[in-house]
Design a protein around this ligand. Structure first.
Ligand code: HEC
Length: 273
């Protein structure tokens, strides 16, 4: 290949790899014969962003269903209103002023200690508070859940092989039929997506469990997709900023490469080579 051809080849290859969607490598965990559904998530690919309406509904599902057992310990309420977050509103660049965020925070009760008496008091949350713990410790969490420990959900989408597809399918797979030769221990449900096929969480979703304000029908699939979208955001809240910074960098480098190419041609134009 001549030098020119190599340069063109390299530039084209660079542009193609950058702009083709580099989605989640959804590695299948051991799901036996269960057919995992690979959803097309809005946040996959180089241009992917979170589907805000879905993530907003997902917060509702988390709040009304999952939050009785699962904490989001890495998040504060104000994170819900950050740039790139489900409830970001450009009128309130400081999420502490965002009325929705204030309402969500106030809907939780936070324990605080009275500075004078040392008594434990309950007060409504404010945006700066973290999502509170649900159980005082792991033993109490297990005792309330038949021995199972509900994991923190803030980074669960990143923590599980298969990411969003895994969480989505886990929530739907309770319907699958249990093989005849399998016996479930007490407090366990059959779930072929879970390693070993048994899970210490009863199916958390059922038709119309929540009532969406935007009128979206609350099917099990819809709630599973929405809560997964929300949890994908909480696992990677800076994704949108990172992707747009990455794209700007690639654009800059591409323009720089073109300029360098022309200056190279010009500088060397009278030289035999
Ligand atoms: C009544 C309590 C309870 C509720 C409500 C609940 N879970 Fe769980 N969840 C658990 C327990 C207990 C476990 C641990 C299961 C185990 O280790 O076998 C668990 C485990 C999980 C896991 C981890 C599975 C794994 O791969 O280890 C995910 C993800 C999860 N729950 C998501 C959710 C979502 C999303 C909701 C709301 C739609 C929800 N849960 C509602 C109790 C609950």
């Amino acid at each position: 290949m001549t030098f020119n051809a190599k340069l063109i080849f390299f530039t084209v290859a660079l542009v193609i790899t950058t702009f083709s969607g580099v989605g989640y490598a959804a590695g299948d965990s051991s799901t036996g014969d269960y057919e995992m559904e690979h959803k097309h998530w809005h946040f996959n690919g180089a241009f992917g962003t979170y589907d805000k309406a879905s993530a907003q509904r997902g917060y509702q599902v988390y709040r009304e269903v999952c939050s009785s057992c699962h904490q989001l310990k890495h998040l504060s309420f104000r994170h819900l209103g950050d740039q790139g977050a489900p409830f970001y509103d450009e009128r309130y660049p400081n999420p502490n002023d965002n009325p929705l965020v204030k309402n969500f925070a106030a809907d939780w009760s936070i324990e605080s200690i009275d500075g004078e008496t040392g008594d434990i008091l309950e007060r409504p949350g404010v945006p700066a508070d973290k999502f509170p713990a649900i159980y005082p410790n792991a033993a109490a969490a297990r005792a309330s859940n038949g021995g199972g420990l509900p994991p923190d959900l803030s980074v669960i989408v990143s923590a599980r092989n298969g990411g969003a597809d895994y969480i989505y399918n886990l929530l739907l797979a309770y319907d699958a039929e249990m093989p005849n030769d399998m016996v479930m221990g007490p407090g366990l449900s059959y779930n072929p997506v879970m390693d070993g096929g048994a899970i210490a969480m009863v199916a958390p979703l059922s038709e119309d469990l929540v009532e969406y304000a935007d009128g979206t029908p609350a099917t099990v699939e819809q709630m599973a997709a929405d809560v997964t979208e929300f949890l994908a955001w909480s696992s990677d809240p800076k994704m949108e900023q990172r992707k747009s910074a990455g794209l700007m960098t690639m654009l800059y480098l591409t323009i720089l490469a073109i300029l360098l190419w022309f200056s190279y041609k010009r500088v060397w134009k009278d030289v035999e080579h």
